[in-house]
Design a protein around this ligand. Structure first.
Ligand code: NAD
Length: 446
């Protein structure tokens, strides 16, 4: 049994979930962050993000002493044999991934290393970063005049926000990229709970593992853009994208996931990772035309949603739109690159005022949409949104928006139009109460 402690540096969506779940697998974990407020909250038993199921896992492992939280990176590194890097890799203006946080952690590791360690990169990083991390660590060791051995492993993370705990504990596969047999054996011990449980493991080299993450995200994002473009065509030719997607998905070669037409993908991963892989390719003289087209289609899709609303309601000056859902998907408070951040400003620029509600995203939305605050009222619940609104726009399909009292919706709206941008409702059930229904990818009535 592997007995050394693990530290996870970076305690955000990925680092916190990884730390808590690795502790649940029986490891002893030290989670580190530079954000003191976050660490204080965690030490008081509070979860700083909204992620279903996480607080139970946290409590259980915190009480048993298998997980602890600190801002002391030196102590964490000195006391662990495996160091996970799980800091952010946000996009720079040119689309490339900003590696400053990853490389600063690498520098810390080199500074405080006191014996053999396995450095595991969980952050999504451009191909070649693992070698860069190794070089930075070596540089620091050379400065200190010490000769500790270490191995760098790429272990990309595939969890989905909103289902992060389940995904971490039931992954479709675990990817381990390293040429070191010793490091590979240690990682097998770290993931022993999964390894013994028939979870598929892919052992490969550093670069392949780094590429798997970008290729997977780019493929999923492109699949969404594909069905979104098909949905626009469906509207013109009297076809129903939901039936099209369902029947396509029955083909085992295609699969039924990620074929839901909607307002475009968002979140902290797809937009940044698609742009980053295009950039990495360009630096290597390769033009990734399919992924570039997928990115463009996604931008168009968000604007097409605005166009649909304007086409129906005409001039938006003096009109109020009720928006249900702000986060980029249900079950998360994450607003990074959410379609709402494009669609709401575009509606406001066309003269609309907004009433909005999201079960978890309002705090985030308030600062991200600060420039538009005078035209947005955040409401306490879904029906408050409708009071005084002309029409309703369902933007994120939180469960509580799936069974609205449609009669009440009709009574509250001034112009009875319901834009269901997630295709949650059947046209018949909405129209039965006298509301006009506008979905995505179904033939539009003239
Ligand atoms: P995040 O912004 O939620 O968390 C990053 C954390 O790192 C922050 O708490 C920050 O304070 C901390 N940090 C920054 N510099 C630090 C340092 N020097 N020492 C200690 N802590 C430091 O980011 P995230 O969403 O968890 O993403 C992390 C990585 O995982 C990214 O590369 C991302 O692409 C990847 N990823 C994210 C998801 C997801 O769904 N969020 C899924 C798979 C992979």
């Amino acid at each position: 049994m592997y007995e050394n402690k693990i530290s996870v540096i970076g305690t955000g969506y990925v680092g916190l979930v990884s730390g808590v779940c690795l502790a649940d697998f029986g490891n002893t974990v030290i989670n580190v962050d530079i954000d003191e407020e976050k660490i204080n909250k965690l030490n008081n038993g509070e979860v700083p993000i909204y992620e279903p199921g996480l607080s139970e896992y946290l409590q259980r492992n915190f009480e048993s002493g298998r997980i602890s939280f600190t801002t002391d990176v030196k102590e964490a590194i000195e006391n662990s044999g495996v160091v996970f890097i799980a800091v952010g890799t946000p996009p720079k203006d040119d689309g490339s991934a900003d590696l400053q946080y990853v490389l600063s952690v690498a520098r810390d590791i080199g500074k405080y290393m006191n014996g053999y360690k396995v450095i595991v990169d969980k952050s999504t990083v451009p191909i070649g970063t693992g070698r860069k991390v190794a070089a930075v660590i070596q540089e620091e060791l050379d400065k200190r005049g010490v000769d500790y051995k270490f191995d760098v492993v790429s272990n990309p993370e595939f969890l989905r926000e909103g289902k992060a705990v389940y995904d971490f504990t039931h992954p479709d596969r675990v990817v381990i990229g390293t040429e070191s047999e010793k490091a590979r054996d240690i990682l097998k011990e770290v993931y022993r709970a999964l390894y013994l449980n028939d979870t598929p493991f892919v052992f490969t080299n550093l670069e392949t593992a780094e590429m798997i993450k970008y290729a997977s995200n780019a493929f999923l994002a492109t699949k969404i853009s594909f069905i979104n473009e098909i949905s626009v065509l469906c509207e013109k030719v009297n076809a129903d994208v939901q039936v099209v997607a369902k029947a396509m998905g029955m083909d085992g070669r295609i699969g039924d996931k990620f074929l839901h037409a909607g307002p475009g993908y968002g979140g902290s991963c797809f937009p940044k990772d698609t742009r980053a892989i295009v950039r990495i390719a360009a630096e290597n003289g390769v033009d990734l035309k399919v992924i570039k087209a997928g990115i463009e289609a996604n931008e168009n899709q968000k604007l097409y949603m605005v166009e649909k609303i304007v086409n129906k309601l005409g001039d938006l000056k003096g009109k109020t739109l009720g928006i249900l859902g702000l986060s980029f998907k249900p079950e998360t408070d994450d607003m990074r690159e959410a379609p709402a951040l494009t669609i709401i400003p575009e509606l406001i620029k066309r003269g609309a005022r907004i009433r909005a509600f999201d079960p978890e995203g309002i705090k985030e939305a308030t600062w991200r949409l600060k420039d538009y605050e005078k035209d947005i009222i955040y409401c306490d619940n879904e029906y408050e949104v409708m009071k005084g609104s002309n029409a309703l726009v369902l933007l994120t399909e939180w469960n509580q928006f799936r069974r609205l009292d449609l009669k009440r919706v009709k009574e509250l709206l001034a112009d009875p139009v319901f834009f269901d941008l997630r295709n949650v409702y059947e046209v018949e059930e909405v129209e039965k109460v006298g509301l006009e229904y506008i979905g995505v990818g179904t033939a539009q009535k003239a």
